[in-house]
Write a protein that binds this ligand. Structure first.
Ligand SMILES: NC(=O)c1ccc[n+]([C@@H]2O[C@H](COP(=O)([O-])OP(=O)(O)OC[C@H]3O[C@@H](n4cnc5c(N)ncnc54)[C@H](O)[C@@H]3O)[C@@H](O)[C@H]2O)c1
Ligand SMILES: [Zn+2]
Ligand SMILES: [Zn+2]
Length: 430
């Protein structure tokens, strides 16, 4: 297999695409603006490439960070989308396992399968798929390439499109068996593996009490997976525009307890409430599924606005001060860089551990999770509320950004999608 791939192909254009064969794709047009355009479809560039005809796509909380301009190095015209599945329409000469006609889901990360990290199943740290240097300057090391996620992560065109180029296709595609419809298989791209990583890497075990910040799709599945791993209690926290999600998740998981942080008695913080609910000591585990761009108070709102920090420390401080001594905290919500007022004392003095962080290496889990979906042990459809069209993607960004009541996770169809499968939502025109 070839040791390097062509990066910074975030829109195929004349050089890397076929302008005589156009497709619809959702593109970034500047902070707060996205647009569905007609653009060149992809061609094989590197020998390990696969071209996938997209039959299912979606939007993620991570796409909102791109919309808001919270992630650096986006360029006008970049095709977004890092969760997609489809049918293989062509393969490069080095592709051995994947065959034309296969139905497959892609991982949000682009891995080579052979480097130091890939060999250990840590695909989000692949050393070969992101040639940019900015992350190294900021983090001391870089992540792998990601689909549709800025030039900071390699500049790869994404899958909110009718076709997509999948580099190292043998590594970054998982075959979907016939008994797994797209509406279930699609979410192996990201949200299932991400929530699973958050739960297993913070070490959730039998009898634990787990508190989760953010009741979006990732927080919802982290709650379901915490119970799956034997948690005795799971407490989900959200508020404001997202508060309806607390009731939505509770309907699926009746044992769930919830906190609406916008509706606490005066002077009572989230940490105080959690202590009160958990023997005065606090939960064993805290998992952050919200994000660093969502400041709560004015102090951090203005510090972010003025560029004095990229992320707020409020949520992480809440986690550190909520859990019991020697408890575990994991950050899955996206943080771009630096924050002020980080309570490092709470971390050091009280033995709290930070683990379960990171862009989740979903390839490490996706075969196991596919098996659980087949056995009906985990339930991606619990979070899927809508089926919408790629043509309407600009409106989808707007509604998802506003946390439209009733819209949790969506399934985006293209003109190549199969009709809705049993139990999946019918098409809504917006
Ligand atoms: N680490 C990874 O590999 C990975 C993968 C996928 C998504 N993510 C990230 O996970 C996060 C969640 O994803 P999602 O798709 O569920 O996003 P989402 O935007 O749909 O949900 C986030 C929820 O957090 C809530 N929230 C905001 N501020 C809060 C606060 N102070 N306390 C509690 N809740 C708060 C919002 O109301 C919202 O309901 C996003 O940051 C996303 O980028 C990370
Ligand atoms: Zn995502
Ligand atoms: Zn690698």
């Amino acid at each position: 297999m070839s040791a390097s791939i062509t990066t910074h192909v975030s829109n195929y254009g004349e050089k890397y695409g076929d302008p005589s064969h156009t497709m619809k794709a959702l593109t970034w047009q500047g902070t707060g603006r996205v647009k569905v355009v007609e653009t060149a479809s992809p061609k094989i560039i590197d020998p390990g490439d696969v071209i996938l005809q997209v039959t299912g796509s979606t939007i993620c909380g991570s796409d909102l960070h791109l919309l808001h301009g919270a992630i650096p190095e986006l360029q006008k015209g970049d095709i977004l989308g890092h969760e997609f599945c489809g049918i293989v329409v062509s393969v490069g000469p080095d592709v051995k396992k994947v065959k034309v006609g296969n139905r497959a889901v892609a991982s949000f990360q682009i891995a080579c399968g052979e480097c130091y990290y890939c060999k250990q199943g840590l695909a989000t740290m692949c050393e070969r798929t992101n040639t940019g240097e900015s992350a190294t300057k900021l983090y001391g090391r870089k992540t792998s390439g990601f689909f549709g996620y800025s030039h900071f992560t390699g500049g790869f065109a994404g899958g909110q499109a009718e076709y997509v180029r999948v580099p190292y296709g043998d590594v970054n595609l998982l075959h979907l068996p016939d008994n797994i419809p797209d509406e279930k298989g699609l979410y192996l791209s990201d949200v299932l593996g991400t929530s699973w990583n958050a739960v297993v890497d913070t070490g959730v075990k039998e009898g634990d009490t787990v508190a989760i910040w953010g009741a979006g799709p990732v927080g919802q599945m982290a709650a379901e997976f915490s119970f799956f791993h034997g948690a005795k209690r799971v407490i989900l926290i959200d508020g404001g525009q997202g508060k309806w999600r607390l009731d939505f998740v509770k309907k699926v998981l009746p044992k769930l307890e919830t906190i609406d942080f916008t509706n606490l008695p005066t002077g009572e913080s989230v940490a105080f409430t959690l202590k009160k609910m958990c023997d005065g000591r606090g939960p064993d585990v805290a998992i952050e599924c919200a994000a660093g761009e969502y400041s709560k108070g004015w102090a951090h709102y203005f510090q972010r606005l003025l560029g004095m920090e990229t992320d707020t420390s409020e949520l992480v401080n809440e986690m550190l001060t909520s859990v019991r001594g020697f408890g575990r905290c994991g950050i899955t919500g996206v943080y771009a860089g630096y924050c002020n007022h980080f309570n490092i004392g709470a971390l050091m003095e009280t033995g709290v551990k930070l683990s379960g962080n990171g862009q989740a290496p979903v390839q490490k889990y996706w075969k196991e999770l596919l098996k659980y979906v087949q056995e009906d042990k985990i339930h991606p459809l619990h979070m899927v509320t809508h089926r919408l069209r790629l043509e309407d993607m600009e409106k989808v960004y707007d509604l998802f950004d506003k946390r439209e009541p009733g819209m949790q996770k969506v399934f985006i169809q293209t003109r190549f999608s199969a009709p809705p499968s049993p139990g999946a939502p019918a098409l809504t025109l917006i």
